[in-house]
Ligand binder design. Sequence first.
Ligand code: CP
Length: 308
Amino acid sequence: MRHFLDINATSPDDLTQILAEADRIKAARAGQKRGMADAEQVLAGHMVALIFEKPSTRTRVSFDVGVRQMGGQTMVLSGSEMQLGHGETIADTARVLSRYVDLIMIRTFEEGVLHELAEYADVPVINGLTNRSHPCQIMADIMTYQEHRGSIQGKKVVWSGDGNNVCASFLHAAGQFGFDMVFTGPPTLDPEAVFVEDARAKGVNVTIERDPVAAVKDADLVVTDTWISMHDSQSARERRHNQLRPYQVNEGLMKHAKPDALFMHCLPAHREEEATSAVMDGPHSVIFDEAENRLHAQKAIMRWCLGL
Ligand code: CP
């Protein structure tokens, strides 16, 4: 049994194997008519619990569709509707769910909940986002980069804006896939030092550059995310917007990247805030490929977890 809890908790060989499988799964569905299940019904007879303690569009729909395309069934649960939200321990919840389902995906606030669930579950657990990481998203992002531009190894990835949970998973990926990472944003919103140090310890260059133009120079990939994450207080909205406005990804900033640079955003986006529509809908953007690849990457992750 394998859990998929974080990119830095999964070996580079396994990550590479998952991405190769995701490419294969995507290719197998290419040209297939809508409404058809996968030829390989590997999840037939399997029940997958999808637990959401935070809102979701992409994660919820892509996991649900992915399981069904592979012949399995899903049970979508909200934390507040479960006893989990009313005092039952995570450990007991994990033990009980393990008697009913074959796989658990959870989106939660504190990563401690994810780790406790994984510790006590007898079935694989997948991290569908916590306040500190979002590994499924970054697997889709690496898949997307590589299908457009080839290997990401040695490339320059620039994160502009808030050093949030998605940025943290990019730093995990820098260490595992061997690409350089530049963070550009205000000092108060730097990624946690542990993420930067872990990536550096794996031999990759991680740079903090306050000037967004200098940061983006010759970038292969520019990434941003919403200025206020789901777990951030709305009371800080005005201050954060003022701090982050210089880091907006717009056409002027993208001109400093390589001519064939890609632009990514995991979505949902607040258009004209962290990125302009001209960039999001422009020639560098692969944002909807990223969203699609959640489906293929997660199918590969589920198969890896279950050894199928
Ligand atoms: N990118 C992402 O995880 O989207 P959702 O919050 O809609 O699931």
